[in-house]
Design a protein. Structure first.
Lengths: 313, 317
C-alpha cells in the first residue's frame, strides 16, 4: 500500500523529473543554452505562451477545448496596438472586453446547445482570424514609440522584463482561483463527472461559460503584452498558439478528458515545450523539427496519461 | 388521416431541407446573375469543390463512426509533396506512392485511436502538427515544383468538357455511397457510432471498423493531393490549411450528425454542393477572402449548434 503511494507520487511528478533531466542534458550539450541571456529568453517565451496556456487550462479541466485562443491573440494584438495611439487604457480595456464577448459566445454555444467544443472553436477560430484580417486589411499594425503602451512589454525590473512578473502573478491568481475557490472546485467537478455535478446542484452551464471567458481573457492579456513588446502586430501572430498551449497542458499532465490537472502543471508543461524548442533553435535544427517534436510530445504525454490512470484504477 | 399526410409532408421537408435550400439558392443566384446557371459555371463549381468533396466522403465515414479527423489538410499536403518528389520515377509510381503514404498515415491515426486509446481529437491534432513538420522538412519550407509536366495533362484533361477530376469525384461518391449503405463494414460503422458498447456485444470489432475508416480518409487525402498536384504541379506546407474545416462543414451541412451513428454519403454530397454554390456565390458577389473565412466559420458554428440542439432535445424527451 505504502509502496504504491510512493509509486503514484513518482508518476505524478514524472514530467518534472524529465524536465529537470532534459534541462541538465541541454545545459551540458547545447552551446549557449545555460547562459543568463538564454534562460531569460526561455522565460520571455514562456511568459506569453504561458498566460494563454494557463487560461486554457480552465476549459480543459471542465472537459472542453478552446482552439480559438491563438486567433484571439491575433485579433486582440492588432486591436490593442492600433488603439495604443489613442490611449493606453483603451488599448488594454477594449481587447479585454472583446475577449469577454468572444468567450461568452464560445461558452454559450458549447453549453446551451451541448455542442462539441473542438469543432465549435475551430469555427470561431476561422471567424476571429477572418475578423483580424479584415480589421487590418491583411497588413501589419505598427506601434508608436510615443505611446506609454510600450512600457507593458519593455520595462525591466531588476534586469528582467516586467511582463515575466505579470505572467507569474496571473499564474498565481489563476492557480488560487482553480484550487481554493468554489468556482475552481466546481470546474473540477464538472470535468470529472458532469451528471454528479448536476445532481449536486451546480449551475453547470454558467461555470462552463466562465471557463471559456477566462481562457479568452488570458489570451487577450497575452496579446496586449506581446504586441507591446514587439511593437508590431500581425493578424496572424497567434497562429498555432492553440497547439502550443494544448501541448503544454497535456505535457503537464492535465487530462484533456477533464477533471484532472492544475495551473502548476501547465506552467511546467509550458517551460518544457519552450525549453525543447529553444534547444532546437540553438542547435540550428530546421523549423520542421519543432513541429515534429511537439506532435511526438503530445502523443507520448497523452499516452502516458492514459496508461498511468489505468494502472491507478 | 389528414394528420398523417401533414406529418409526411413535414418529414419530407425536414429530410430534404438541404436539397430545398440548395434549389432555392440556385434559383436566386441564377435570377440575379445570368452567368451563374451556365454549363461552364456549373463545371467550375464542381471543379473547385472536388478536393474538399473527396475528403468529405472519408470524413462522413469517420463522423458516422463517432470521431473526426483534423489532419486531413496536412495529409493532403503530404500526398502532394510525396507526388512532386517522386515525379522523376514516373507518373504511376509517384501517384501510387502518394496515395499509399497518405493511406498509411490514416492507418496510423486509426491504430492510435483504437489500440492506444488516444482519442481522435488528440491523435489527429498531433498528426496534423507532425505532418506539417514532415512536409516542411521534405519541401525545405518552400514551394517545390514538379519535374515533369505530364501530370498537368491529367489535371486539365476533359471528357465532353467535364474535367477528369470531376468524373473521379462523382464516381467516388457513387461507389462509396454504396459501400457505406450496402456493405457489412458500412453497417458496422453506423453501429459503432451509435453505441459502441452494444456494437462490441454484437461481435463487431470496433478497432477494425475504425482503423479501416481512418485508412479510407487517408486514401481520400491521397487522391485529393494527387488532384491538387495535377492542377498546379507544385507542393507546399501551406496547402490544405482550411481543408479540415471545410470538409467537416460540408458533412454537417449535409445533415450528418457529429454525435455519430447517422448520416450518409448522399447527404454529404448535398452538403458539398451547397458549400460549393455558397463559395461560388461569394466569389461572384466579390466578397473578400477574409470575409469568406468569417462566413465559413459562422456556417460551421450555426450548423453544429442546430445539430447539437436537436440531439440535446431528443435526448431529454
Amino acid at each position: 500500500m505504502g509502496k504504491s503511494i510512493i509509486k503514484n507520487l513518482f508518476k505524478k511528478q514524472a514530467v518534472l523529473m524529465v524536465f529537470i533531466f532534459l534541462f541538465i542534458i541541454f545545459a551540458f550539450f547545447v552551446p549557449s543554452f545555460f547562459s543568463a541571456r538564454n534562460l531569460i529568453n526561455i522565460l520571455k517565451q514562456s511568459a506569453i505562451l504561458g498566460i494563454v496556456a494557463c487560461g486554457l487550462t480552465f476549459p480543459v479541466i471542465a472537459g472542453n477545448v478552446d482552439l480559438s485562443v491563438g486567433s484571439i491573440v491575433s485579433l486582440c494584438g492588432v486591436v490593442a496596438l492600433s488603439l495604443s495611439y489613442q490611449s493606453i487604457w483603451l488599448a488594454i480595456f477594449i481587447p479585454i472586453v472583446l475577449a469577454v464577448i468572444i468567450g461568452l459566445i464560445n461558452g454559450f454555444i458549447v453549453t446551451k446547445f451541448n455542442a462539441n467544443s473542438v469543432i465549435i472553436t475551430l469555427g470561431s477560430l476561422a471567424v476571429i482570424r477572418g475578423l483580424a484580417l479584415i480589421y487590418t486589411g491583411g497588413k501589419m499594425v505598427e506601434g508608436s514609440d510615443a505611446s506609454k503602451f510600450i512600457l507593458i512589454g519593455r520595462s525591466l525590473i531588476g534586469g528582467v522584463p516586467a511582463y515575466i512578473f505579470i505572467f507569474i502573478i496571473i499564474a498565481v491568481i489563476l492557480g488560487i482561483v482553480l484550487n481554493f475557490t468554489t468556482l475552481g472546485r466546481f470546474v473540477y467537478h464538472i470535468g470529472s463527472n458532469i451528471e454528479a455535478g448536476k445532481i449536486a446542484g451546480i449551475n453547470i452551464d454558467n461555470i462552463r461559460i466562465y471557463t471559456f471567458i477566462i481562457s479568452a481573457v488570458a489570451s487577450a492579456l497575452a496579446a496586449i503584452i506581446l504586441s507591446s513588446r514587439l511593437y508590431t502586430a500581425s493578424p496572424l501572430t497567434g497562429n498555432g498558439y492553440e497547439f502550443d498551449a494544448v501541448a503544454a497542458i497535456v505535457v503537464g499532465g492535465s487530462s484533456l478528458f477533464g477533471g484532472k490537472g492544475n495551473i502548476y502543471r501547465t506552467v511546467i508543461g509550458i517551460f518544457f515545450i519552450v525549453m525543447v524548442i529553444n534547444a532546437m533553435i540553438l542547435l540550428n535544427l530546421p523549423v520542421a523539427f519543432q513541429y515534429i517534436a511537439k506532435a511526438v510530445i503530445i502523443v507520448v504525454a497523452v499516452w502516458l496519461d492514459i496508461r498511468t490512470s489505468r494502472v491507478i484504477i | 388521416m389528414e394528420k398523417i399526410e401533414k406529418k409526411k409532408i413535414f418529414d419530407f421537408i425536414n429530410n430534404q431541407k438541404i436539397f430545398l435550400i440548395l434549389i432555392a439558392l440556385v434559383i436566386i443566384l441564377s435570377l440575379s446573375n445570368r452567368l451563374f446557371l451556365t454549363y461552364e459555371n456549373i463545371i467550375n463549381i464542381l471543379f473547385q469543390i472536388v478536393l474538399t468533396g473527396i475528403i468529405a466522403i472519408g470524413m462522413t465515414f469517420i463522423i458516422i463512426g463517432g470521431d473526426f479527423d483534423l489532419s486531413v489538410g496536412a495529409n493532403m499536403a503530404l500526398a502532394a509533396t510525396v507526388l512532386v518528389i517522386l515525379e522523376k520515377y514516373g507518373l504511376a509510381v509517384s501517384i501510387i506512392g502518394a496515395i499509399l503514404v497518405s493511406s498509411l498515415v490514416g492507418l496510423i491515426s486509426g491504430v492510435f485511436v483504437t489500440k492506444l486509446k488516444i482519442n481522435a481529437f488528440v491523435t489527429t491534432l498531433a498528426m496534423m502538427i507532425f505532418l506539417k513538420g514532415w512536409v516542411l522538412l521534405l519541401t525545405n519550407s518552400q514551394t517545390i515544383q514538379g519535374q515533369s509536366d505530364t501530370i498537368l495533362k491529367l489535371g486539365y484533361g476533359t471528357v465532353f468538357k467535364v474535367p477528369f477530376s470531376v468524373i473521379i469525384f462523382l464516381v467516388l461518391y457513387i461507389v462509396f455511397g454504396l459501400v457505406l449503405s450496402k456493405t457489412i463494414w458500412g453497417r458496422n460503422i453506423y453501429a459503432v457510432g451509435n453505441n459502441s458498447k452494444a456494437a462490441h456485444f454484437f461481435g463487431i470489432s470496433i478497432a477494425k471498423t475504425k482503423i479501416l475508416a481512418f485508412t479510407l480518409v487517408g486514401f481520400f487525402c491521397g487522391i485529393s493531393g494527387v488532384i491538387l498536384v495535377s492542377r498546379l504541379n507544385t507542393a507546399s506546407a501551406t496547402y490544405g490549411n482550411d481543408t479540415a474545416l471545410d470538409a467537416i462543414t460540408a458533412v454537417l451541412l449535409g445533415g450528418t450528425s457529429l454525435s455519430g451513428g447517422e448520416g450518409s454519403v448522399f447527404k454529404t454530397f448535398q452538403g458539398v454542393l451547397l458549400l460549393g454554390v455558397l463559395s461560388n456565390a461569394m466569389i461572384v458577389l466579390n466578397i473578400t477572402p477574409y470575409l469568406q473565412q468569417v462566413i465559413k466559420g459562422l456556417i460551421l458554428i450555426i450548423i453544429l449548434s442546430i445539430d447539437s440542439y436537436y440531439v440535446k432535445v431528443n435526448k431529454f424527451k
